[in-house]
Design a protein around this ligand. Structure first.
Ligand SMILES: O=C(O)c1cc(=O)[nH]c(=O)n1[C@@H]1O[C@H](COP(=O)(O)O)[C@@H](O)[C@H]1O
Length: 237
């Protein structure tokens, strides 16, 4: 397993130009970044190449969720972009996750194979929504742990979950199985649309492997101050 402890900055911007300007304006050179649907659909693989050339480790967050054959071929295409991590929705099931892994291995033609992470339950979902909208009659903890188990069995390297389920996931799947946690907020931040939130300090104490930070930095009045505050709590420096 690769050494893996990152703090990914979610580049949820309208254009690559806007994202690059933000990184430059705040001296965020070579920081790990997450590119999601908004930016990838706008700019495509070319922007991934630019970010790589500028030294940014990349988590490509497209949350694939489709039939196994489609996911296999999509992952085959993404495998050669040189990103360090990609994701799928665990709800797609074992066969789909296995296909994703196989696509990454076959598509990386001998180079580094990106880590495959499966989203268990979005951090914008709470217990009420789980039961009444998704009709899952189990606790959030149990549901996340179940998806983590099946993701591991299908060959994923880890899961996306909230900080609150990290302990349970590690208990089920072992310490080597990675946890990536979005929904990170400083005490002074709004939760926005996130339901299962935690501070960077809580993430460190819980034993999360990597955190994803977005609006607490990108929408802050002083982004660099917030970035450094998160860094301090997360890396304990
Ligand atoms: O896979 C993800 O990155 C993800 C999964 C999840 O359950 N929740 C979640 O918020 N994310 C992403 O993490 C980022 C969080 O952004 P903020 O809420 O602005 O910090 C967004 O880019 C989301 O798309």
């Amino acid at each position: 397993m690769k050494e893996f402890r990152q703090m990914y900055l979610a580049l949820d911007f309208k254009t690559g130009e806007e994202a690059s300007r933000f990184l430059d304006d705040h001296n965020l050179y070579e920081v790990p970044v997450k590119v999601g649907m908004q930016l990838f659909y706008k700019e495509g693989p070319g922007f991934i190449k630019t970010l790589r050339e500028n030294g940014h480790p990349i988590f490509l967050d497209l949350k694939l969720h489709d039939i196994p054959n489609t996911v296999y071929h999509a992952m085959f295409s993404l495998a050669s972009l040189g990103v360090e991590m990609v994701n799928v929705h665990a709800q797609g099931g074992k066969e789909m996750i296995r296909a994703a892994k196989q696509g990454l291995m076959d598509g990386s033609s001998g180079g580094d194979v990106p880590l495959l992470i499966a989203v268990t339950q979005l951090t914008s979902t709470d217990q009420h929504m789980l039961q009444h909208e998704l009709l899952v009659n189990r606790s959030m903890d149990e549901t996340v742990a179940h998806y983590a188990d099946l993701s591991k069995e299908a060959g994923a390297d880890g899961v996306v979950c909230s900080v609150h389920e990290v302990e349970k996931v590690k208990h089920h799947c072992g310490n080597e199985f990675l946890t990536v946690t979005p929904g990170i907020r400083l005490k002074t931040n709004e939760n926005d649309d996130q339901k299962r939130v935690a501070t960077p300090l809580q993430a460190r104490i819980a034993g999360t492997d990597s955190i994803v930070i977005g609006r607490s930095v990108t929408k802050a009045e002083q982004p660099l101050i917030n970035y450094q505050q998160i860094e301090k709590e997360w890396y304990n420096v």
